[in-house]
Design a protein around this ligand. Structure first.
Ligand code: HEM
Length: 421
């Protein structure tokens, strides 16, 4: 049998992803998946890339060393000099290849130990309980006032929980979290003021520079080390190696953005999925032992990221019979792979009892999500406590009218109005 000839870009027509992609990315991915495993796309903000959509190709591409991440110096001209902000914020794990990636990941893994994460459970439970108390109190006030009694579950719960946890873990004062949400939303948004991305990046860079300086002083004056990750990262050593200032700041930036943008959406989109599927919610309520598996299924079904972060080719790379030319961007549509009917039976059905193992919501390969244990812990605590506390929780809006954020990367609701009963 002869191998199918590689399909050149000429044979595949570019798919233009418009605003409807933000509102229903799975519909766009479903059409692309049916056509070819890889398609050239134009993203809503005009950038061009190759989108990998089928499960086997997505999983293989995520672990494919021919797809690079370290763009600085490879996709830029030799005399390119990064500005202060780009130079500082971009030298993190997700923008590096081995051996740099191996080195950075090893150093942060030393600070981000399984013990540190497991030890967080009581704090995650306490933060969750106090947020649910606040929701209950607010609902009572709204009820007494006799007016609109809907509460935005993102504002009241899905956002403050992970951001408080990651701020506490890193040692960032919780009073700064609203500021962080604004910066971080501006950074991952695909639309908006052209200058807002740069302004947010600059603000975060200056913030972290001051924070690191303060922690260094605490460490040298012996008033520390505080039991936080900024201090642990400053002190992390591996065979005499440590993080330099740029790497430290980029690492904090990555942990903070990755640590809440995604988990917020797991909680909010997961709550929506369960409320929209009452039989599955009832099943979960009647058998709490299903909870860990249900979190995996919600990761598969709601996938907080549409696709993994950017990769690029340096030479022509063939994926699934499609040849991607050199110096092109490649996106692995993890949410599409998680709905591939050839991998997951009846993929568009939420089934809290299914074995969702093998989903790629946390990626695959050397860049597999470092925060997966923390995200799973937060998901379990959040869903268990939310649905345990409020037996009459219900949606206060038709799911079809809910708006999704205009980001190519992040799949997250703008707001999720609910009533607690
Ligand atoms: C539901 C929540 C989360 C989801 C769906 C998620 C998803 C992902 C994915 C898909 C990747 C790989 C990206 C790629 O290969 O391009 C990744 C990497 C990463 N994530 Fe997460 N993440 C979540 C939560 C977190 C949390 C809570 C943290 C930190 C506290 C975190 C930190 C990271 C880091 C540092 C990397 C880069 C790892 C590397 O390059 O080696 N993530 N995440």
């Amino acid at each position: 049998m002869t191998e199918p000839a590689a399909r050149s870009p000429v044979q595949l027509e570019t798919v233009r992803l418009g605003a409807d992609y933000f509102q229903d990315p799975l519909a766009s991915f479903g059409r692309m998946r049916a056509e070819a495993p890889v398609m050239p796309v134009e993203l809503p903000h005009g950038d061009r890339a190759w989108m990998v959509t089928r499960y086997p190709e997505v999983r293989a591409a995520l672990a494919d060393a021919r797809l690079h991440k370290e763009w600085a110096g490879k996709l830029t001209s030799p005399d390119w000099v990064p500005d202060e902000v780009t130079g500082y914020l971009s030298v993190h794990m997700l923008n590096t290849d081995p051996p740099n990636h191996t080195r950075l990941r090893k150093l942060v893994t030393k600070a981000f130990t399984a013990r540190r994460v497991a030890g967080l459970r009581p704090r995650v439970e306490a933060i969750t309980a106090s947020l649910l108390d606040a929701i209950e109190a607010r609902a009572a006030v709204l009820k007494d006032a006799g007016g609109e009694d809907a509460i935005d579950l993102i504002e009241a719960f899905a956002f403050p929980l992970p951001v408080t946890v990651i701020c506490e873990l890193l040692g960032v004062p919780a009073r700064d979290r609203a500021q962080f949400r604004q910066w971080s939303n501006a950074i991952v948004a695909s639309e908006g003021e052209p200058g807002s991305f740069r302004a947010a990046g600059a603000a975060m860079y200056h913030y972290f520079t001051r924070l690191v300086a303060a922690k260094r002083t605490e460490l040298t004056e012996g008033t520390g080390p505080a039991d936080d990750m900024v201090s642990a990262l400053i002190e992390a050593r591996d065979s005499g190696d440590s993080l330099d200032e740029r790497e430290l700041i980029a690492m904090l930036f990555l942990l903070l953005v990755a640590g809440h943008e995604t988990t917020t959406n797991l909680i909010a989109s997961g709550a929506l999925a369960l409320l929209a599927n009452p039989a599955e919610l009832a099943r979960l309520r009647s058998d709490p032992s299903l909870l860990p598996g249900a979190v995996e299924e919600l990761l598969r079904y709601t996938s907080p990221l549409n696709h993994a972060t950017d990769r690029f080719t340096l030479e022509p790379v063939e994926i699934g019979g499609v040849t991607i030319p050199a110096r092109e961007w490649v996106l692995c549509a993890t949410s599409s792979a998680n709905r591939d009917p050839h991998r997951f039976g009846d993929p568009d059905r939420l089934d809290v009892g299914r074995d969702a193992g093998g989903h790629v919501a946390f990626g695959h390969g050397i860049h597999y999500c470092l925060g997966a244990p923390l995200a799973r812990l937060e998901g379990e605590v959040a869903f268990g406590a939310l649905f345990g506390r409020f037996p009459d929780l219900s949606l206060a809006a038709d799911p079809a009218t809910l708006r999704w954020r205009p980001s190519s990367l992040i799949h997250g609701l703008e707001a999720l109005p609910v009533r607690i009963g």
